[in-house]
Design a protein around this ligand. Structure first.
Ligand code: ZN
Length: 410
């Protein structure tokens, strides 16, 4: 087992800026320095950019299936519960029911992996995902507490807002909830409900917030809570998103989440581009690529209360690293405009989990269980067996199902 190695002749990019050094030394699971290792070094003579691996702050891994299910044209929802009804009575939901829950989770995990994501939160109660998390090829966080939503008609996940929130404070975990995902009177009381329960503070991570008033934004800022923006899902279901410019102007830390592919983008790469184009459409100005980069790295790391371990390339943090073949000279533009096929290598805790077959030695030396696939004609290696997964899914649904977030050629 290769414990120590380095990656060199790279451009290293952090949310705070471009690093002076162009090497990274990894020992076991962590970045230990920005030097070359004398034991084993991989030099990237081509122009390759290295970023902290991406973090998808919000997904529903068992719901990463296609096509989307949404409102009839021009007939957008008033809250999420109408969508839930439509989903559960849709033909695609029936189709998905033929697939095992375990395989649904693998699909969700590979959706994230093939877009450079190493860390994700699955917005479901622990009893749903805990047995599956250790099997998955990426890190699905276990350290969170939750509510489904903060309204009387929510799905009653977890042990109730107050107990879950108290647990979050005690364990230093995030309290994650959908909030104000709708415009009925009760949905719009999300912040007030949390205030009344004495549960509005910096442990909170609020997903969607499309019903937020300016007063709600003010209270969120004062509490130090984090906001999760899922623009594609919001626009698809409601034809509106949160007051994102105001939220950013107030200095609230925002992360971008994909939501499931039943309503959101196919993956975080597309979600970043969508966020930028929507922002331009809404406000007639650019949301800088560097800002978007923060929303998929350091901001979600802070929201998860994990910024001591993930979110930037730093000594002592996990060696979660995304290497890209850039399409743009500017490293932030290169990331925000990246496609799945631009990924050169993806590491989780120093182990390669996806990358060009050029790095096969690293896969074998780090004892990664991998298979070979072809992605737009390129030989790639990936942890686990997504080709076998797709075969099982096709057998389960009885036809040659294609899913846009799995880039394997066939
Ligand atoms: Zn959601």
């Amino acid at each position: 087992m290769l414990k120590q190695f380095s990656l060199s002749d790279l451009k290293l990019i952090n949310p705070e800026g471009i690093l002076k050094s162009n090497s990274l030394k990894i020992d076991k699971k962590k970045i230990v320095s920005f030097d070359k290792s004398s034991l084993y070094d991989i030099s990237f003579k081509d122009k390759i950019y290295a970023y902290p691996a991406l973090i998808n702050v919000h997904d529903h891994l068992r719901g990463d299936y296609l096509p989307r299910v949404g409102p009839k044209p021009g007939n957008y929802y008033i809250n999420w519960s109408l969508w839930d009804n439509d989903l559960k009575s849709s033909p695609v939901y029936q189709e998905r029911a033929n697939i095992s829950v375990e395989n649904c989770y693998f699909l969700g995990a590979y959706k994230n992996l093939f877009s450079g994501v190493v860390t994700v939160n699955d917005h479901f109660p622990h009893e749903f995902n805990e047995p599956l998390i250790p099997l998955l090829p990426i890190r699905v966080i276990k350290e969170y507490t939750l509510a489904h939503e903060c309204s009387s008609f929510d799905l009653k996940w977890g042990d109730g807002i107050e107990i879950e929130h108290t647990r979050a404070k005690k364990r230093d975990h995030p309290f994650i909830t959908h909030l104000e995902e709708g415009f009925d009177e009760e949905s719009q009381r999300g912040i007030e409900i949390l205030e009344e329960l004495n549960c509005l503070d910096e442990y909170d991570v609020f997903i969607h917030c499309i019903g937020f008033s300016e007063k709600d934004i003010e209270k969120t800022k004062k509490a130090g809570a984090a906001v999760v923006w899922c623009p594609a899902s919001n626009m698809f279901m409601f034809n509106v998103t949160c007051k994102i410019r105001k939220i950013l102007e107030r200095g609230i830390e925002v992360s971008i989440g994909t939501d499931s592919t039943h309503t959101g983008s196919i993956n975080i790469l597309e979600e970043m581009r969508y966020a930028r184009s929507l922002y331009r459409k809404m406000y007639g100005e650019d949301l800088p690529a560097r800002k978007i980069f923060e929303m998929v790295t350091i901001n979600p790391a802070k929201a998860f209360r994990m910024s001591d371990r993930i979110g930037s390339l730093q000594e002592g943090k996990f060696a979660d690293i995304l290497l890209l073949r850039p399409r743009f000279e500017d490293p932030y533009e290169a990331l925000v405009n990246a496609d799945m096929e631009d990924i050169e290598l993806l590491l989780m805790e120093g182990d390669p989990i996806y990358g060009s077959a050029k790095y096969e030695v690293l896969f074998t030396e780090r004892n990664v269980d991998y298979t070979e696939i072809s992605v737009r004609g390129r030989r790639m290696l990936v942890k686990g067996d997504p080709t076998g997964l797709i075969q099982e899914i096709r057998e389960a649904v009885g036809f040659k199902k294609k899913l846009d977030f799995i880039p394997i050629d066939d």
